[in-house]
Design a protein around this ligand. Structure first.
Ligand code: HBI
Ligand code: FE
Length: 280
């Protein structure tokens, strides 16, 4: 997005909506091996940490076939379940392009594979973050409705100049959200579930705060993009998250207008604080 608000055009080779051909045939054996290493590491960690809808989605999408996934094969499994599909993009796309895709059940996914020396952190979402991290939850009908509603809310937010608040909602749910279950806290956020360190830290470490989800609280809470989170928000159910997003955000924005952003690791008197979930 350039400063005057007009989006810069898509990069050469990309379509008007910034999508590109995944060119799955072009992945090298070394790139397939990086995917397999990341996949094996996370699959060993997740059974007692990722939520059921994520684990079911991981199985449904056949991501265990080995090697970087072909978006056409993933979409064959994903489309019939919830109408969502993955579309390769060169990297981060402008916000209005991103929201437009989400509002139409298209998930923009990076096609590049991180380098072997970037296994534990990289600045931009690669295919492992986007497909292993985000795609499995898109097989869940309630989450699928949530992300489309989020895209529609994002389009409205751009019109109202509320991108910062909407980006926080995305960050604290889609990327770093936790779900409360009878067996303890479980992960649904893509940024956690695709990270070995954060898959453990987010549930078990005493350092971060874990607060019950509250929409206005989330929208007032900034986040760190290059470090483990200091605050996680916990939803009681995916249905509750969808319901919160179907309401009109106007009154929410008005309620905290003028209130300063909160520090990233403050606990307010009205916050419902949860304790860490020790791994089974
Ligand atoms: N583009 N490809 C891609 N992936 C994202 O997660 C993404 C984006 N553009 C904008 C964006 N995210 C953020 O503005 C949202 O988190 C709101
Ligand atoms: Fe992401």
């Amino acid at each position: 997005m350039s400063k005057d608000g007009a989006a810069n055009g898509p990069p050469p080779g990309a379509a008007a909506d910034w999508t590109i051909d995944q060119a799955w045939e072009n992945y090298t054996p070394a790139e397939h091996r990086v995917w397999d290493r990341l996949y094996a590491r996370q699959v060993a960690l997740l059974p007692s940490r990722a939520c059921e809808p994520f684990l079911r989605g991981l199985q449904a999408l056949d991501l265990h076939r080995g090697g970087a996934p072909d978006f056409r094969r993933v979409n064959d499994q994903l489309m019939p379940r919830t109408g969502w599909s993955l579309h390769a993009v060169p990297g981060l796309v402008p916000d209005e392009v991103f929201f437009e895709h989400l509002a139409n059940r298209r998930f923009p996914a990076g096609r590049f594979v991180r380098r072997p020396d970037q296994l534990d952190y990289l600045p931009e979402p690669d295919i492992f973050h986007d497909v292993f991290g985000h795609a499995p939850m898109l097989t869940d009908p309630v989450y699928a409705d949530y992300l489309q509603a989020y895209g529609e809310g994002g389009r409205r937010a751009l019109g109202l100049g509320r991108l910062t608040q909407l980006a926080r909602l995305y960050w604290h749910t889609v990327e770093f959200g936790l779900l409360q279950t009878p067996d303890g806290l479980r992960i649904y956020g893509a940024g956690i579930v695709s990270s070995r360190a954060e898959s453990v830290y987010a549930l078990e470490d005493p350092a971060p705060h874990r607060l019950m989800f509250d929409l206005a609280r989330v929208m007032r809470t900034p986040y760190r993009i290059d470090d483990l989170q200091r605050t996680y928000f916990v939803i009681p159910s995916l249905e509750a998250l969808l319901e919160a997003t179907l309401q009109d955000f106007g009154p929410i924005y008005a309620a905290f207008d003028g209130a300063a952003d909160l520090p990233i690791d403050v606990v307010l008197p009205e916050d419902k604080v949860l304790s860490p979930s020790l791994s089974q």
